[in-house]
Ligand binder design. Sequence first.
Ligand code: PMP
Length: 418
Amino acid sequence: MSGSQSTLNVAHQALDFDRIRADFPLLSRSVHGKPLIYFDSANTSQKPAAVIEAVDHFYRQTNANVARAVHTLGDEATTAYEASRDKLARFINAPSRDEVIFTSGTTQAINLVAYSYALPRLNPGDAILVTQMEHHANIVPWQLICERSGATLKVAPITESGELIVERFFELLTPEVKLAAVTHVSNVLGTVNPIAVLARECHRRGIPLLVDGSQAAPHLRVDVRALGCDFYALTGHKLFGPTGTGLLWARREHLNAMPPFFGGGEMIREVRFEGTVFADPPHKFEAGTPNIAGFVGLGAALDYIELIGLDNIAARELELRVHLTEAMRSVPGLRIIGEAREKVPVNSFLIDGVHAHDLATLLDHEGVAVRSGHHCAHPLMQFYGVAATLRASLAFYNTHEEIDAFIAAIGRVRKLLA
Ligand code: PMP
């Protein structure tokens, strides 16, 4: 074991991950009479009791609309909701809480940038640069605005092992590129992209960089200042928080220059029929009643993550990933898709002669939840020449015993399919 790895192990020895797992009530249920093995956290993570209780407490004790009422409940609700903005700002090391826009998730965050920032700046002949490994949420919004503006989409290639070809990305940063949009971590391959390196090169050429952080935030320390990007989007439900929560972080100068995307209540300073004066960011982009309880829950999720410690999570996940990968490599005929050097514990795979959906269905009967399909990444499936893969995606609450049970279950269901 390398020196750095053993230091990491020592760092999390004090934590009892079996006890931490017990914080997630759902993980103790069974499926088809078998103990649940939840290997689908990249799809959505399970929630600790602290998050469930925060949402429950909000509806039992605090429920009121935010930023409208002067009564006690309205004040408490607003305080709890806005406290989550502070926590999110800290979590991503944003220079200011006012740069944190609450959204329903990554999809809404990227669409906000597409329509409010990019579309007004695009002319025929311009381009947006993405990579081959993007989720549809970081492809389709750009295609939609390209159609409207006459711009085109350029695609940076990846290697067979699932790594971005960085030199090709740089070569594609030509003057007509008005924005680059790259995932921090691939939801299919688990690849961690070198965002700081990409951002530096984008900025040398005056091109803003949007980062899709959906799959990074649950695993890595996100520091938007160190990354040097312009926009960072993430989703709360993969980060142990409720569905319908997420954020867009953007540099203040971009937010000041962007017109609102949705109009309505909460986002104005004054409305007259002759014209409206908008609120300052972040509220300028937050029309209507938000998912208040959801963001209170997300704040509780961030508190929970902080309690465990991001370094401890990284150390735990490194151990799990090494174990999972070695165990999967020992299965005859199993091919892991995505063998990048920098990865999170997300392994896509196929087994010779076995249809991904058939295997996933039979694994479900063994209590194992893995996702099968295209993972909202059709272009990546096309690159690998497959219609679908299976994907085992883990979080710190998974165990070594589950990995062994998963491999044993693959052996059993394979016999059924033979
Ligand atoms: N980008 C990536 C890399 C994702 O994995 C996901 C969710 N699967 C999204 C974007 C979209 O997130 P949401 O559906 O929460 O908006």
